[in-house]
Design a protein around this ligand. Structure first.
Ligand code: ZN
Length: 245
């Protein structure tokens, strides 16, 4: 433990329990596949998991307070996530907790809350090739990635993507069917760093891809808290200097 970065991978964990096809790809759930990839690439990470089905969705206020970076995978159960948890995650993000929102998490309550926009997009599930071009080669999230990442089968997400203009654009995806998409987007909200990363449809083995694992490990380090900014709004009745002299 010590000063290892505390990471939690959250997953709604529905498709894997309901679909034989998805379970065949991720027998222990997407969250465990992601967690294992992070542990494999960075021994300095203390990686745990949480799922929707656990009490308080696995993310009590106490656990969130001890989390440095949270990864979020959700799709069909966004509405089952309690508003109280969304409030708590938003609060921690503003304080400085890193948040990495994955794939269909674009429509999660927490991502929409933090973006303040529709977060809508176009999509097609046809198992087509995706090429994620590095458009910011000096960025720490792209470290170790050469030119592009190619995934043989993925779901397509296309523009227009209803998000605020990213502070930093790390990847742009091209799809076999012709669409493009802003697929690696950096934001800050309050004191917190947020990274949206597009690939990761549940029926494809995307999270076992070496380059995808590398990007997620890089993103966790990039999103690590830089201090903590606790929300308060004090009335500073005593001035530092004398007023009105
Ligand atoms: Zn999907």
């Amino acid at each position: 433990m010590g000063d290892r970065l505390r990471v939690v991978v959250w997953n709604e964990f529905q498709h894997e329990q309901e679909s034989d096809c998805v379970r065949a790809v991720y027998p222990n759930g997407i969250h465990n596949a992601i967690a294992e990839g992070l542990r494999e690439l960075d021994e300095g990470l203390d990686v745990g998991t949480a799922t929707l089905q656990e009490p308080e969705h696995g993310l009590s206020v106490e656990r969130l307070a001890e989390t440095d970076v949270l990864l979020w995978w959700g799709h069909k159960a966004h509405e089952q996530v309690s508003d109280a948890l969304v409030d708590a995650v938003q609060r921690r993000a503003l304080e400085g907790m890193g948040l990495i929102v994955l794939h269909s998490g674009h429509y999660s309550k927490i991502f929409k809350r933090l973006m303040g926009t529709s977060c809508s997009l176009t999509w097609r599930e046809a198992g087509e090739r995706e090429r994620l071009w590095v458009c910011n080669p000096g960025h720490p999230i792209a470290a170790g990635i050469e030119t592009f990442i190619e995934l043989e089968n993925e779901e397509m997400y296309g523009e227009p993507f209803g998000v605020p203009t990213p502070d930093e654009q790390v990847f742009i995806s091209w799809f076999e069917g012709g669409e493009v998409f802003r697929s690696g987007n950096c934001y800050t909200r309050g004191n917190g760093k947020i990274f949206y990363f597009r690939p990761g449809h549940e029926s494809y083995p995307t999270y076992y891809d070496t380059s995808i694992k590398r990007v997620l490990a890089n993103a966790v380090r990039w999103a690590a808290p830089q201090g903590r900014w606790v929300d308060s709004c004090p009335n500073v009745t005593e001035s530092r200097e004398r007023i009105g002299d």
